[in-house]
Each structure stands twice: as C-alpha cells, then as structure tokens.
Design a protein around this ligand. Structure first.
Ligand code: ATP
Length: 235
C-alpha cells in the first residue's frame, strides 16, 4: 500500500532522514520506534507532504505521491493524527470533526462516519457541543484520531498517540487503534516512543536511529530482540 524508497529529507542543511525505506501492506499496523530526534516525525511529515523528501520516492497504491501537496495526499486516502494532537481548541467537538471531512462532498457518508465515531467514542458524542480545548488530554487524543478518521482514510498516520497521557487512557487509545484496524480495515503507520505498547499492537516494526532504519522485523521478533529490549523496552 505504501512504499518509502531511500528517502533523504532535510531541514535546511540538517539531514534528518538518511535513506529511509519502509513498506506497508494493506491491513497492517506498522510501528516505527526510536529515540528522541531519530527522525520518526520527519518520516510521517515526508509521507503527508509537509516536509517532502529531497531525494527518494514515496508510492501509495503504486502511485508516486512525494511531489504532491498535503491536501491532494489527504484526498488520496492518507490522513494524520499529529504529535501533540493539535485539535482546534475554540471549535466544538462537532466542528473539529467537520474539519476532518473538509475535502469530502458525500454528505451521507460523512453522517455515517460521524455516527461510527460517536459509537467508538461515546464521550465525544456526549461532548459534541463543547469546545475542544476544554476536553481532557485523553479526550483530545480521541478527538484528534476521530478528526483524522473523518477523512475516511485508507492509511492512518499516527504520531506518538500515547504522549503525555495517563496509563489507563493510553491502554484505551491502543485498544481503539486495534479496533480501527480490524473493524474499519484501516491500515495504520504508528510512530511511538512507547515501544512496548506499540510492538504489542503492531504486526511489524522498524527501528530508527539517527535518520536510518537499523532493524526491521515482525513485532513478535522485535519484542524478543536483545538489542531492542535493552535500548527501547527498558529490560
Ligand atoms: P521525537 O520523538 O522527539 O519527536 P523524532 O524521532 O520524531 O523525535 P524528528 O522530530 O523527526 O525526530 O527529528 C529528526 C531530526 O530533525 C532531529 O535532529 C531534529 O532536531 C531535526 N528537526 C526536526 N524538526 C526540525 C525543524 N523544524 N528544523 C530543523 N531541524 C529539525
């Protein structure tokens, strides 16, 4: 479904990605783990067209997308849940969800998806008229995921969904990630520092160090890998 081929991405003279190649098949949950500053966020930003790669290729369903604008990339079926959630604090929950469907014109489909989201997150249904900024951190994360789902993506990019949340809420968010993948058939590319949880929910994983992929394997094998255990699982 998604193929990253030898991406090199820069911020001015700083090279953040030094030849990154990743493949994701339809229906998979893939996780990208690594330390602070390894280049995980940059990888997602390259896919969604916000920080396009200087060299390399990105193919989505076989079509090159690395030269397309972010809104075109969304319209093809890729949407992102950004790091730090970035919901619209002064808009209501309902308005935040409408923003996620901004590029869509199928009113019936939009209504259907909103109903699905309110089933998935009953708390958002209860708070639909409340300003996004008044929600708790966990609820804002739910809203950010829901807003991305309102674009009806085939591929969902998620950047550190567990960041800054209480353990119980994190558990809930990861259950939702699994549910969106299995029930909604959405492919998920998950960036996480919480390697333990991410590898438990994912089918396969990639480990990134200073702009390079250093390991790629099934999530099961990575969880048992001595180097991964020591560096990322605190074991
Ligand atoms: P974190 O987990 O802290 O978000 P990360 O693995 O997502 O880290 P990136 O945010 O992709 O890492 O950063 C990769 C490298 O690019 C780092 O060296 C970082 O300092 C640099 N970088 C990121 N954003 C910018 C920017 N806007 N301008 C300049 N350098 C940047």
């Amino acid at each position: 479904m998604l193929e990253l081929k030898n991406l090199q991405t820069f911020y001015g003279n700083i090279q953040a990605l030094k030849g990154v190649s990743i493949e994701i098949s339809e229906g998979e949950i893939i996780t990208l783990i690594g330390a602070n500053g390894a280049g995980k966020t940059t990888t997602l930003m390259s896919v969604c067209g916000i920080v396009p790669p200087r060299t390399g290729e990105i193919l989505f369903m076989g079509q090159p997308i690395h030269k397309l604008t972010p809104n075109l990339i969304v319209s093809l079926g890729i949407s992102q849940v950004p790091e730090g959630r970035r919901i619209f604090p002064y808009l209501t929950v309902r308005e935040n969800l409408d923003m996620g469907a901004f590029l869509r014109t199928d009113k019936d489909g939009i209504k259907q998806d909103m109903e699905y989201i309110f089933e998935l997150f009953p708390i958002l249904a209860e708070r639909r008229h409340q300003a996004g900024g008044t929600l708790s951190g966990g609820e804002q994360q739910m809203l950010a995921i829901s807003r991305a789902l309102m674009a009806r993506p085939r591929l969902l990019l998620m950047d550190e969904p567990s960041l800054g949340l209480a353990p119980l809420v994190v558990k809930q968010i990861f259950e939702i990630i699994r549910k969106v993948n299995t029930e909604n058939n959405t492919t998920i590319f998950l960036v996480e520092q919480n390697a333990n949880l991410a590898l438990k929910v994912a089918h396969r994983g990639y480990v990134m160090e200073t702009g390079r992929i250093t390991l790629a394997d099934s999530a099961e094998k990575l969880l048992a890998d001595e180097k991964v255990k020591k560096a990322y699982l605190g074991l």
